[in-house]
Ligand binder design. Structure first.
Ligand code: HEM
Length: 373
C-alpha cells in the first residue's frame, strides 16, 4: 500500500473499543428511497462526530461514544462499486428448533456513556438530523446490571479480548487493506423467558453457560455432544488458534411489559467468525445439539453492519473521491499480493483461504438463507 493512499484514507478505527459503559442505546434505522434521503444520510453519518462533540463535551468524564454501522444494501447505495470483502445481509439461520431471524435495518448507531441522559440526547439529535430520511426499526436502551451480569444472572463479557488481541480480533487489518480500520458488527436482540430459566437449578444453568454463576469460574469443556454456550462460541482456525470477537452485550427491559433480555452486539475483523458462532448456537455442533441458552432466549432481531474507519466515514460526503481512493488501495494490495483479491464487490475474494476460512466454512453444515439481498 503506498503512503499516498494511506494519507487519503486514514485507517483510524471508530470507538469500537470504547470501555464497557453503564448505559447504551442500540438504534437501528432503515433509509428511505430516493436521492434526497441518501444525501441526508451522507451528511449526518459523515458528520456524526460533530453531534458527538456537541453532547459529549458537556461531561467529558462520562465517555460518550457513538459507533456507526452501515448495512449492505445502504452501503451499495452510498459507495457503489466497492464493498468490504465479507459484507453481507444477516442471513436467517434456521435450526431444527430455533431460528435466528434476519430483520430490516440499514444503519446501526451504538451509543455508549456513563450517563443515560447523554445517550438520550445524542440519539435525539441524530434522529432529528436524519428526519424523514430514515424509519426507526428498533431502539433498545441497555443498562449495566449489578457486576456486569446479564439478566440470566451470569457475568457476561469475561472472555473478551483485550489489548493487542482486541485490535486483531475486532479491527480489519491486511486481510482487506482498502477497509483496514473497519469492523463487522452483528446485533441480535434476545428476549428471555426468565420464569423458565428460574425453574432450572443453578447447576443446570451453569452447565448451559459453561461457567459458575456466583464466582464466574470457567467449567471444563463437555466431552458429550451437548456443549455449553462458551464452548459452542469458541472458534479455532486451522492451526488451532482461537478466533475471538469483541462483545458489548447489555441487558434491557421494561418489567411492566414483561419484555426483557440481552442485546447481543459483536464486533469482528472477520464476519464469518461471528456467523460461525451463531450457526453453532442455532444449528448445533454437532448439528441438532443446539445451544440450550436458546430455550430461554428468543432472537427477535438480527442485523449485520460494516463499521468503516473514521476516514471512510468522513469520506462518505464525497463518494466519488472515496470510491477512487478505495479502489486504488485495493488495486495496490492485489498487485502486491501473490493471489489477487477481487476488485469489484469483493465476492471473488471470499473464503480465499488466508485464515483457513474456506475449510471452516465448508465444515459448518450451515442451513442458512439470505433474505432479500
Ligand atoms: C442470549 C444471548 C446471550 C447471552 C445471555 C450470552 C451470555 C454469555 C455468557 C454469560 C458468557 C460467559 C462469560 C463470558 O465470557 O462472557 C458468554 C460467553 C461467550 N458468548 Fe455469549 N451470550 C449470548 C449470545 C451470544 C451470541 C449470539 C454470541 C456469538 C455470536 C456469543 C458469543 C460468546 C462468546 C464468543 C463467548 C466467550 C466464549 C469463550 O469462553 O471463549 N454469545 N456469553
Amino acid at each position: 500500500m503506498s503512503s499516498e493512499h494511506r494519507d487519503r484514507v486514514p485507517i483510524d478505527a471508530q470507538s469500537v473499543d470504547a470501555p464497557l459503559s453503564r448505559f447504551a442505546v442500540f438504534l437501528v434505522v432503515s433509509a428511505a428511497e430516493g436521492d434526497d434521503a441518501l444525501a441526508t444520510v451522507r451528511e449526518v453519518v459523515s458528520g456524526v462526530d460533530d453531534l458527538l462533540k456537541t453532547v459529549g463535551f458537556r461531561d467529558l468524564g462520562s465517555h460518550l461514544s457513538c459507533v456507526v454501522g452501515i448495512g449492505r444494501r445502504l452501503w451499495d447505495r452510498l459507495v457503489p462499486g466497492i464493498r468490504p470483502v465479507e459484507l453481507e445481509v444477516f442471513p436467517t439461520v434456521r435450526g431444527d428448533v430455533h431460528t435466528a431471524p434476519s430483520t430490516p435495518g440499514d444503519l446501526l448507531f451504538h451509543i455508549r456513556a456513563e450517563r443515560v441522559d447523554l445517550c438520550f440526547e445524542l440519539e435525539r439529535l441524530i434522529l432529528d438530523a436524519l428526519g424523514s430520511a430514515v424509519r426507526v426499526e428498533d431502539e433498545t436502551q441497555g443498562f449495566r446490571y449489578f457486576d456486569v451480569r446479564d439478566l440470566l444472572g451470569f457475568v457476561d463479557g469475561t472472555a473478551n479480548p483485550i489489548g493487542d488481541e482486541l485490535q486483531a480480533s475486532a479491527i480489519i487489518g491486511d486481510d482487506d487493506p482498502a477497509f483496514a480500520g473497519g469492523s463487522y458488527v452483528v446485533v441480535q436482540k434476545y428476549v428471555h423467558d426468565l420464569p423458565e430459566w428460574g425453574s432450572l437449578t443453578v447447576e443446570e444453568q451453569e452447565t448451559v453457560i459453561g461457567r459458575t454463576k456466583l464466582e464466574n469460574i470457567e467449567l471444563d469443556d463437555s466431552v458429550e455432544n451437548q456443549k455449553a454456550h462458551k464452548t459452542l462460541t469458541t472458534i479455532n482456525d486451522d492451526n488451532g488458534d482461537e478466533l475471538d470477537i469483541l462483545r458489548d452485550n447489555m441487558p434491557f427491559g421494561t418489567p411492566g411489559s414483561g419484555e426483557m433480555g440481552t442485546y447481543f452486539i459483536g464486533y469482528s475483523a472477520r464476519l464469518w467468525v461471528t456467523m460461525k458462532m451463531i450457526d453453532n448456537m442455532f444449528i448445533g455442533d454437532p448439528p441438532g445439539f443446539y445451544d440450550k441458552i436458546l430455550d430461554v432466549s428468543r432472537a427477535a432481531t438480527g442485523g449485520t453492519f460494516f463499521v468503516p474507519s473514521n476516514g471512510v466515514l468522513h469520506g462518505l460526503d464525497d463518494p466519488d473521491a472515496l470510491v477512487e481512493s478505495l479502489r486504488a488501495l485495493r488495486e495496490d494490495a492485489s498487485s502486491d499480493a501473490p493471489s489477487p483479491m477481487g476488485d469489484d464487490a469483493g465476492e471473488e475474494s471470499k473464503g480465499d483461504g488466508t485464515l483457513g476460512i474456506g475449510s471452516l466454512r465448508e465444515s459448518t453444515g450451515r442451513a442458512t438463507e439470505t433474505e432479500g439481498t
